[in-house]
Design a protein around this ligand. Structure first.
Ligand code: FAD
Length: 507
């Protein structure tokens, strides 16, 4: 039996909003506190972290929405999304012409979805607004929490806050869910109650947003004519040490992001007029899509923001608090999984809470305080299990996200990368009972635990190396090698190079 409790959510981003929905569906009294004003209010200024960036929503995020208990939520959220079935790699051929090379994400044709983060967030808030057991408090900033006494303090943000006369309120709660983002105040206060291991890393890359505008004189008969480039791809201009990407939006525009090492950003900041030439050198074709003056204006106006990667553990304290989403595991955006992983946190957390809440207990259920104590006991066990399960998964996707930056800006151009992808997809189609898939497919199109994805992908790599080594040692290959051995040394060197290259490809 689920006991009705007061659940406080801190942070009304996508993850906090979904957590509020899950808690409300279980009949709890839910209060959600958000530092900013209501995102749906047109006068709310967009701060750095609330910018209307386009994100890739994939299976884990969709699955978490699916399990929210709101039948219409999926249609409501997915309706304005655009499927992206692969990457489109842009480059320049030796003869100077521009090329576009599509790379499908998945041999089975599955796609990730381009979604406007603010729009997704607003749709979740709209649903919460209509739930009688949910109260939303905007302009409330968590300033303190006592997780033993289950009390928290919020500053009410108003025009008076700047003059130092902010009003503070005290609330109590049974259970707090901290979904207040990478610079989480909940996490900071949890650290005072539990020995939390914590690590944060800034990578030496800043990001800045640009926009490809929709086509103005479009053909009214053809809805696709509003897009200047394919709407069904995530476009990448790889630059080895940096990259430029573009994600489609419903209105025909593309939200673009430049990822660039900080010293190069500083150099462009000193003289932004060289930006178009920089783009022409490294990102061929972009100045045909974004006029040079718009490039410079966006670079000058839009912030140049850092990318942080956070690992910590445990995620909870006793039965009174847990952190989810970026608050627990902010990651660099290169696997398109930050929000997906955060939404998945909510599904995993509530499935574990439900499992323990359904357990028979020894407490009599007639006295309210005993029932509450029993619920807290069960939650304490559930939260410990959540931390044990989720930490290795969050750490795994955190690492994969860092590795994928190299893949997106450089490896997508390498034959080694494409060979391994081709072999894994070949096995997936022709020997399906082996269950082979690319790492990308497992991460983006399945709900397998991230830690298992890494283990399985490593295993596939080891098998490919063994098979290749066995092939190299087969009598036929040995005979061919002996023949080659008698040839000039340069050829032998080339063969040895090729063998070691192929072996590395599968590692
Ligand atoms: P947030 O969205 O940060 O929300 C936290 C909320 O808490 C905010 O509303 C904040 O105002 C509030 N808050 C903060 N402090 C307090 C306080 N003291 N009191 C009360 N409220 C507070 N993810 C993907 O899945 N796919 C992608 O393609 C993708 N692309 C990305 C591209 C870029 C450039 C970046 C930067 C990120 C990308 N992400 C992507 C990651 C994604 O944006 C985040 O993982 C996601 O927004 C995290 O959601 P959240 O609700 O945990 O945190």
């Amino acid at each position: 039996m689920t006991v009705k409790e007061k659940i406080v959510i801190v942070g009304a981003g996508p993850v906090g909003s979904l957590a509020a929905l899950y808690a409300a569906q279980r009949g709890h009294d839910v209060e959600m506190y958000e530092l900013r004003s209501d995102l749906r209010d047109p006068s709310t200024p967009l701060l750095n972290f609330t910018r209307s960036i386009n994100l890739a929503l994939s299976e884990r995020g969709i699955n978490a929405l699916r399990h929210s208990g709101q039948l219409k939520l999926i249609d409501h959220v997915l309706q304005p999304t655009i499927p992206m079935r692969g990457r489109m790699i842009h480059g320049k051929s030796p003869d100077g012409s521009f090329y576009e090379a599509p790379q499908d994400y998945d041999i089975h044709g599955r796609a990730i979805l381009a979604v406007d983060r603010a729009d997704l967030n607003k749709r979740l808030l709209d649903i919460l607004d209509h739930m009688p057991n949910v109260k939303l408090f905007f302009n409330h900033k968590l300033t303190g929490a006592d997780f033993k006494r289950r009390k928290a303090w919020f500053e009410i943000m108003s025009s008076e806050t700047a003059t130092g006369r902010a009003r503070e309120i005290e609330i109590d709660f049974d259970f707090m869910i901290g979904a207040d983002g990478a610079h989480s105040a909940v996490r900071y206060h949890v650290m005072k109650f539990v020995q939390m291991n914590y690590r944060q890393d800034y990578i030496d890359t800043l990001w800045c947003e640009f926009q490809i505008r929709p086509v103005e004189n479009r053909n009214p008969e053809d809805p696709m004519s509003k897009f200047r480039i394919s709407p069904n791809h995530l476009h990448i201009w790889p630059g080895k040490e940096f990259m430029f990407i573009a994600i489609p939006s419903e209105d025909g525009s593309f939200t673009c992001t430049l990822f660039l090492p900080s010293d190069q950003v500083a150099s462009l900041e000193r003289d932004p007029s060289v930006l178009p030439a920089f783009f022409d050198r490294h990102f061929p074709g972009v100045t045909d899509l974004i006029p040079p003056e718009d490039l410079i204006a966006s670079f000058n106006t839009n912030p140049h923001l850092p990318l942080i990667s956070i690992k910590c553990q445990p995620y909870h304290y006793g039965s009174s608090v847990v952190i989810v989403g970026d608050a627990a595991h902010a990651m660099v955006p290169f696997y398109g999984q930050g929000m997906n992983a955060g939404l998945e946190d909510v599904r995993v957390l509530f499935s574990i809470l439900d499992k323990h809440a359904a357990r028979e207990d020894n407490h009599p259920t007639d006295a309210d305080n005993t029932t509450a104590a029993a619920a807290a006991d069960k939650r304490k066990i559930a939260l410990a299990e959540y931390t044990a399960i989720r930490v290795p998964d969050a750490h795994a996707i955190n690492d994969l996200a860092l590795q994928n930056y190299v893949e997106m800006r450089a490896s997508v151009l390498s034959r080694r990368y494409r060979l391994r992808k081709w072999l894994e997809e070949f096995m997936s189609v022709h020997v399906p009972r082996l269950g082979w898939q690319t790492k990308y497919s497992r991460v983006s199109f399945s709900n397998e635990r991230y830690s298992e994805v890494v283990a399985k992908s490593d295993r596939q790599g080891r098998i490919l190396v063994s098979v290749f080594e066995a092939l190299v040692c087969s009598p036929f290959v040995v005979a061919a090698a002996v023949l080659w051995w008698k040839r000039p040394h340069r050829l032998v060197g080339a063969v040895q190079g090729a063998v070691s290259w192929l072996l590395n490809a599968f590692r």
